[in-house]
Design a protein around this ligand. Structure first.
Ligand code: KIV
Length: 309
């Protein structure tokens, strides 16, 4: 890991940020090999966790409408809401690149609307690039944004903001015509200047064709292993979404189950007066845990109330 700038308040070295040119250069055909690993995040704590784990980029996705707000689609999410979550993620992130997702109708009406919305995501939310859904029909908007210095990640295939037009969250590009249209979409947005393209919910062979056809990295979700990188909604990855598990999701942990178990233990300990113990209380003698700990720390619980970590 390279270290360049110095932390403003601490004087400690801060890892340098992953930039758009670095992400773009990770195209597999460019010979750099290492795939891009991306996740979504919506708050500072999760961002810190993912940043520390070494993800390349964090998307503040409009999926927040489903996993944070409990909705059935991403359509109601507003620009102000994405900005709010983006700001929190930016506070928790030192190294990963931060992408702000452009919500439904924040960019479709005109290039000017798109520029203003993207500008707010970057100025107020701390996003370093933006993502929008669309293919050939949105290419001119992307071109204008890129000319104005706004890095754009495109998103083709299954576009969740078009859930009603698609008749549900369904795999796209199964027919020959459908596959050709998605390939054309990917080519159009890449030629318009998108620095990467999310390819969602398409057959794996089509995602591989797209990856071979365009010069910028493809980021797959539900699109097989043939992309230049992958993204997952973090609540799916961590097993926090207990209500459904689509085929393309792999749960790398079962955090929802672990959370229920931990909370059950808390409830039991509160009811049995086991929690809080003396070590969690003020003004009570604390039993020494072992001679070394006793030598190193006072025999009484500290009087401070502040952060313990
Ligand atoms: O909103 C989102 O989280 C996304 C990813 C699933 C790509 O668009």
């Amino acid at each position: 890991m390279t270290t360049a700038v110095t932390g403003r308040n601490t004087g400690s070295p801060m890892p340098s940020k992953i930039t758009v040119p670095e992400l773009r250069a990770r195209k597999s055909s460019a010979g750099r090999g290492e795939k891009l690993a991306m996740v979504t995040a919506y708050d500072a704590t999760f961002a810190r966790m993912f940043d520390g784990a070494g993800v390349d980029a964090i998307l503040v996705g409009d999926s927040l409408g489903m996993v944070i707000q409990g909705g059935t689609s991403t359509l109601p999410v507003t620009l102000d809401e994405v900005i709010y979550h983006c700001r929190a993620v930016a506070r928790g992130t030192q190294r990963a690149h931060i992408i702000g997702d452009m919500p439904f109708m924040s960019y479709q009406t005109s290039p000017d609307a798109a520029l203003l919305s993207a500008g707010r995501l970057m100025k107020e939310g701390g996003a370093e690039s933006v993502k929008l859904e669309g293919g050939q029909e949105i290419a001119d908007v992307i071109r204008r944004m890129v000319r104005m210095g706004i890095p754009v990640m495109a998103h083709v295939g299954l576009m969740p903001q078009r859930v009603h037009a698609m008749g549900g969250f369904k795999v796209q590009g199964r027919s020959d015509d459908g596959a050709e249209a998605i390939l054309e979409d990917a080519i159009a947005v890449a030629e318009a200047g998108a620095y990467a393209v999310v390819v969602e919910g398409v057959p794996a062979p089509l995602a591989e064709r797209i990856t071979n056809a365009i010069e910028v990295p493809t980021i797959g979700i539900g699109a097989g292993v043939g992309c230049d990188g992958q993204i997952l909604v973090s609540y799916d990855l961590l097993g926090l979404n207990d209500t459904m598990k689509p085929r393309f999701v792999k749960r790398f942990q079962e955090f929802f189950r672990l959370g229920v178990e931990a909370t059950r233990t808390y409830v039991d300990e509160v009811r049995s007066s086991t929690f809080p113990g003396p070590e969690h209380s003020f003004g009570l003698p604390v039993e020494p845990r072992n001679p070394v700990a006793d030598a190193l720390s006072p025999r009484h619980a500290p009087a401070t109330y502040g952060p313990t970590h």
